[in-house]
Write a new protein. Structure first.
Lengths: 580, 708
């Protein structure tokens, strides 16, 4: 039952609708069977004297009346069930989305985007189908099966037994073939995946293919797997080609049995001709439940499997949450201190930091440098609580970081990460992400500061140009400058740039940062850059190496040290010369 | 299209379900399998036949055996009987002369050819028996009935009123067993009909099985051919094409897009045709049975068709809306999942939740509209069938009362009506299949119509043996697109057997030089000569066979190590392969693998280190023994042990072979005869290591940056 944890509240909330739905189903089934009865009576009366056209017309009109009634009921039935299922689909998806948005980097590092998306669509579908049809059809087939059997037995028990003799085989065939088809289908998918893999590989390696003149050889390779795929498909077709005809054969065998034995009964005057005709009709009604059983089992399996997958996501607790906070902290001045920070991502992984301590006063600029992989980004990920730091190691204005409500932290500290993420929305909306109420003037102002204004005005719709696949494609540098503008707009107490101008040329970077440092007077700024030339004016520079702070000081002091900092600086000087 | 060549047509849902041009191109692929298609077509006809035959058998059984649908008229003499039968030529009478009397038997459904008053006359004279059973004239049967109940019409047959048997049974004068005995003849006939019925349905199974089987084989084979053609086309596209189109999209062409066609040929189209056949067959059969009854049964059809077309039109429109909204959800999800960090950092949870609520709500609204459409039209369309049944009951019942049709015919019509409405339900599903297939084939043929790389196959190598390997660039200019020149006026010469290193900063054009040398990209100006002949004069395949390249990030195919060394050349023996591997110092490594040369290589060779992959690539080149060797050296660090092996192998490889190396390692540079220094697409310095260092120019700086 735990599987249905998320669904049960919906069922409870809509219980009356669902009950009405089930009742409607029963009424509809009764109506359907009743029309057969009407016909049976009418046929029997055809040979009686005194039977008039008027009575025949009445019977026909009654059937039409019932049909229209059933049609209306069916509409409401679908509304009750499918409509409820759709609204559950909507709410469940929203819950899922809300939950996702609360989860942290630790979760996303492990999850695949494709999977997460499939959950929101495919799995949600399966659950919806289960609710919409699974239960109803369950009720439906029981009512139909019992009622048709009842009417059939009422006509002739012996004939009923004879006629339904092949029915269990029908269920058996459906299950047997269902299983076979399933395994065969998996086989087909496997060969399909292999084929896709080969095509994918061949296109990825097209340079090698061409360089070694392997076009024909690749074709043969692909053909081989395509042949396997075709063979598997034909294997599947062999089963399919038998499945449906076999099903019909069995149904027809039932019909044949009724023809022979029902015919005999009619000759023997055991049953009337009307009953004989009706018997065929009831038998036709009985076929559906037999087919539906296989279907419903399948739907149930898929639905619960999907629910389990969804539950596994719902079961992930958000890590980055307020816990034990001091709600009075609503503002930050901007002082940051790290005290003996030790950190690793998880138990098994090696230490990222062994012992890191440093301090930056409110309103100052700090730069962090170091070789690739030294942990620069991790420092600020911990500071901005993308990951949870160990307790009592980071302090903001003397408050332990966990005391600061996330809301306060996020509204006072803005980070521009290394990998810029822009939404496929207009330029203006992307910039005003953190400050939705910003005016167009404000937006233009910050883009000028980030030196991206000129590029934006050149776009077809200026600030209203849509970014991304469906709009304009931005260069790496443009993206980064937009992200800077976005951060500047919020004008936070603490601003963090994580190598945020790496795709911009050195000169522009320097000039942006010079401007930025001026603008950020009296506000705390942390800059990570791989280019030393652009951070040399920082109040304090720390050099990270091997999980420790290797050097600390301002530009001049560090150069005098003649350590890593000086070495990197020299190499960059040469590089700069080369690219001029 | 507004933008110039933005790659292939985007994956989108097209509205079309039929396109003549695309269709005829598709059909071409079925041509080689026309026999199979023809057989399955014949089978289709047979299936339609059996489909119609089984209800007909039921009808015959009901009318001829189960119901007593014959009447008997008694005449005193032969002349009267003859006269009577001549009066009604439309009725087929069976004539019996027995003892003094003459008997005529005729089916009840023809009774309306005889005027009512005549029937009344006969009834009054007790000369007519309505609804009789004909039973065998045996001692036992006669004993079962009393004298006044039956009439002997021949030595073989006696006639009994059906109602008499019924009355006798009700009065308890005859047991069920005795009726069974009495009507043995009819029971036997019924059994024959039953057997016929079973034969027909079994045949139906066989026909259907083979039909589905054959048509799918044809479809599968045709799609196999198409897939091969498409893939081969793709493999021969120029490299610039691959720069423009994402791999995923190209893979989709060869896999999923062809899959939609397969679906259409194997499932959609054939079933559509089959159902059309059955539909027409049923209509014809109904009209032949009783055209008035048929027309009455069809009375509701215009309404059904009208509702159906409204439904299809509306649902197709709505379907597109729903798809769009779903795509919105997917796009938002994918974006927000990728951007979760920014959303959290900028404290945008509430806003994003609201945004998603709106998008999710739109999808819900659209789906509900779709659902309501279905909830109304599905049952409504379905109800027309029941209304048709009701009309049939009213009109057909009246016909039965008037003896114009038999109950069997009525049953057949009931059955036909059921089958008649079935295909209409399937039609909407097929629409979707057709739609997907049409947009799939549009994308496929869009790719098919693109031009492949010019391999210059007409130009074969003058010298059938190998090239010497002399290379000359004469004022070569290259640009890939409008982003400016990548190579500017490049001129240099490499003598046969000479070893040259290309050195330069990122983006200096090193890789471009080797790309255009093997003809991977066309260049705009200048000449490239190999052995004194323009490369445009070479057959591209021959040229490439003579140039062995090891790329920076060595690409290994999944398969075995052996596959990756010999590639497709089966003429390379295992001994040769081993010799080559030993020569480039990779034999020991391969030999240490559990599968040796048959050790499987995972995707892109991910399980091997960069150095190991490079050594395998060396073996690959050497196995082909090209005149020109090109190496784009790996930048990443390689452990010292492997590095020594590589350097040693490299030295051996370059021996007596024209070699161009994009070098990143000092040791490599020291092996070469000459160094060409590139900067922003131009050659700035040239000379050997010592000379260049002494110059203290660009090479000097590069050297300090990279090799120190």
């Amino acid at each position: 039952m735990k599987t249905f944890e998320k669904v049960i509240p919906f069922i409870k909330k809509n219980l009356y609708k669902l009950i009405i739905g089930v009742i409607l189903i029963m009424v509809i089934d009764a109506g359907q069977l009743y029309t057969i009865k009407i016909m049976q009576k009418a046929i029997d009366n055809l040979n009686q004297t005194g039977f008039t056209h008027q009575m025949l017309l009445n019977a026909a009109l009654l059937i039409i009346g019932i049909t229209i009634f059933i049609t209306i009921l069916r509409y409401f039935w679908r509304l009750a069930f499918v409509g409820t299922a759709w609204s559950m689909d909507r709410d469940l998806r929203q819950m899922y989305y809300n939950h996702l948005m609360k989860l942290s980097a630790n979760f996303y590092n492990k999850a695949k985007t494709g999977d997460l998306m499939a959950y929101a669509t495919n799995d949600m579908n399966a659950v919806r189908m289960l609710l919409a049809f699974g239960f109803v059809i369950g009720a439906d087939i029981i009512v139909i099966a019992i009622a048709s059997l009842f009417f059939m037995v009422d006509i002739s028990l012996k004939l009923t037994l004879l006629a339904i003799l092949p029915m269990p085989f029908l269920s058996f065939i459906i299950m047997y073939f269902g299983k076979k088809i399933h395994t065969r289908f998996r086989q087909v998918q496997k060969t399909f995946a292999t084929m896709s893999g080969i095509v994918q590989e061949s296109i990825s390696g097209i340079r090698v293919v061409k360089a070694f003149v392997q076009e024909e050889a690749e074709l043969e390779k692909m053909s081989k797997s395509a042949k396997d795929y075709v063979d598997e498909n034909i294997g599947l077709v062999k089963i399919f080609a038998l499945f449906h005809p076999a099903m019909f054969l069995l149904i027809n065998i039932c019909m044949g049995i009724v023809l022979i034995f029902g015919g005999q009964s009619a000759i023997l005057h055991d049953i009337t001709m009307g009953e004989f005709v009706a018997f065929f009709q009831y038998l036709g009604m009985l076929v559906w439940p037999m087919i539906a059983i296989g279907w419903i089992v399948n739907m149930f399996q898929r639905g619960t499997a999907s629910l389990k997958r969804l539950n596994s996501i719902f079961g992930v607790e958000p890590e980055i949450v307020d816990n034990n906070i001091d709600p009075d902290i609503t503002e930050l001045a901007g002082k940051i201190s790290f005290k003996n920070l030790k950190f690793k991502y998880n138990e098994e992984s090696p230490d990222i930091f062994k012992d890191i301590s440093f301090e930056i006063d409110a309103g100052k600029t700090l730069a962090i440098v170091g070789r690739t992989g030294c942990g620069k980004t991790t420092v600020i990920d911990l500071l901005s609580r993308v990951y949870n730091p160990p307790p009592n190691s980071i302090y903001l204005d003397e408050h332990e970081i966990y005391k600061v409500p996330l809301n306060t932290l996020r509204s006072n500290m803005v980070m521009v990460p290394q990998e810029i993420f822009l939404f496929s929305d207009t330029v203006a909306n992307n910039i005003s992400l953190g400050k939705n109420e910003a005016t167009r003037e404000d937006i233009e102002e910050v883009t000028k500061k980030a030196q991206v204004y000129d590029s934006i005005v050149e776009f077809e719709n200026g600030f209203d140009t849509v970014i991304g696949e469906r709009g304009v494609t931005l260069s790496g540098g443009q993206k980064q400058r937009l992200a800077i503008a976005r951060a500047l707009l919020t004008d936070p107490k603490i601003l963090i740039l994580d190598d945020a101008l790496s795709a911009v040329d050195t000169k522009t970077e320097k000039s942006i940062l010079d401007d930025l440092i001026k603008m950020r007077k009296n506000k705390t700024t942390i800059i990570i850059s791989h280019r030393i030339s652009s951070i040399q004016h920082a109040d304090k520079i720390i050099v990270l190496n091997d999980g420790k702070i290797e050097e600390e000081g301002n530009h001049k002091q560090l150069l005098m040290n003649n350590g890593i900092y000086a070495d990197i600086f020299e190499k960059q000087q040469i590089e700069e010369k080369l690219s001029e | 299209m507004s933008k110039i060549d933005k790659g292939l047509v985007e994956d989108q849902i097209q509205g079309k379900i039929y396109d003549k041009v695309l269709f005829s191109r598709l059909i071409k692929y079925l041509k080689p399998y026309k026999l199979l298609v023809a057989i399955s077509f014949v089978l289709l006809l047979l299936i339609t036949g059996t489909n119609l035959l089984s209800p007909v058998i039921t009808q015959r059984a009901v009318d001829r055996v189960i119901l007593s649908n014959n009447n008997l008229i008694i005449f005193d003499n032969e002349i009267d009987a003859e006269k009577f039968s001549e009066t009604y030529p439309k009725i087929k009478f069976k004539n019996y002369n027995f003892r003094e009397n003459c008997y005529l038997i005729f089916p009840n459904k023809k009774i309306n050819f005889i005027p009512k008053h005549k029937i009344e006359e006969l009834k009054e004279a007790e000369k007519i028996l309505l609804k009789i059973a004909v039973v065998n004239n045996t001692e036992e049967n006669r004993k079962l009935l009393s004298q006044e109940d039956y009439i002997e019409i021949s030595n073989e047959e006696i006639v009994v009123l059906n109602s008499t048997i019924s009355e006798m049974k009700e009065a308890g004068r005859i047991s069920k067993e005795n009726i069974r005995l009495l009507r043995k003849k009819d029971f036997d006939k019924l059994t024959v009909y039953g057997i016929l019925f079973f034969i027909v349905i079994t045949l139906q199974l066989l026909f259907t099985y083979f039909q589905v089987y054959f048509v799918n084989i044809a479809a599968q084979k045709a799609m196999y051919d198409l897939r091969r053609d498409l893939f081969y086309k793709l493999e021969r596209m120029p490299l610039s094409f691959f720069d423009k189109n994402p791999i995923g999209r190209l893979v989709t062409r060869v896999t999923n897009d062809i899959g939609t066609l397969n679906e259409m040929l194997g499932n959609g189209l054939i079933q559509l045709i089959q159902e059309m056949f059955v539909l027409i067959g049923i209509m014809v059969a109904m009209l032949l049975y009783d055209w008035k009854l048929a027309l009455v049964s069809f009375a509701i059809l215009p309404i059904t068709i009208y509702m159906f077309t409204v439904f299809i039109n509306r649902s197709r429109k709505l379907y597109r809306v729903v798809r769009k909204k779903l795509a919105n959800i997917n796009a938002t999800l994918s974006e927000d999942i990728s951007g979760f960090k920014i959303i959290q950092l900028f404290n945008q949870y509430k806003r994003k939740v609201e945004e998603f609520k709106a998008i999710n709500g739109e999808y819900f609204e659209a789906s509900m509209k779709m659902m309501k459409l279905f909830a109304f039209f599905r049952p409504a369309i379905n109800s027309t069938r029941r209304i048709a049944v009701a009309i049939l009951l009213w009109y057909g019942g009246g016909q039965i009362i008037q003896d114009k049709i038999t109950l069997g015919v009525f049953m057949v019509f009931l059955w036909f009506l059921d089958r008649f409405f079935e295909p209409i339900h399937h039609l909407s599903e097929k629409f979707n299949i057709m739609q997907a297939a049409m947009s799939g084939s549009e994308r496929i043929f869009d790719l098919m119509d693109k031009d492949i790389e010019d391999y210059r196959l007409d130009k074969s190598l003058d010298i059938s043996n190998d090239l010497k390997g002399e290379i000359e660039f004469k004022n070569v200019w290259l640009r890939y697109n409008d982003n400016g020149d990548v190579l500017k006026d490049i001129s240099f010469k490499v003598k046969a057997g000479e070893k040259v290193a290309l050195v330069g900063h990122t983006g200096s054009g090193k890789t471009s030089i080797i790309s255009i040398l093997s003809g991977l990209y066309p260049f705009q100006k200048g000449e490239i000569l190999v052995d004194g002949k323009e490369i445009n004069e070479y057959n591209l395949k021959e040229l490439r066979r003579n140039i062995g390249i090891v790329q920076q990030d060595v690409f290994l195919f999944s398969g075995t190590i052996k596959d990756n060394i010999v590639l497709s050349d089966e003429s390379i023996s295992d001994e040769e392969m081993e010799k080559v591997a030993k020569f480039v110092n990779v034999h020991n490594f391969i030999d240490s693998q559990p599968g040796k040369y048959l050790e499987p290589v995972m995707e892109r060779g991910a399980t091997f280190s960069v150095g190991q992959r490079q050594l395998i690539a060396f073996a690959r080149v050497l196995a082909y023994d090209p005149a020109i060797f090109i190496l784009d050296e790996a930048t990443s660090n390689i452990d010292t042990e492997t590095e020594i092996l590589i350097q040693d192998a490299l030295k051996k490889l370059m021996e007596n072979r024209t070699s161009i190396i994009i070098a990143h390692r000092l040791s490599t540079i020291q092996h070469v005869d000459r160094i060409i220094v590139l900067h922003k697409g131009e050659i700035v310095e040239e000379g050997n290591h010592q000379e260049l260092l002494a110059k203290e120019g660009l090479y000097y700086d590069l050297y300090r940056l990279q090799y120190q």
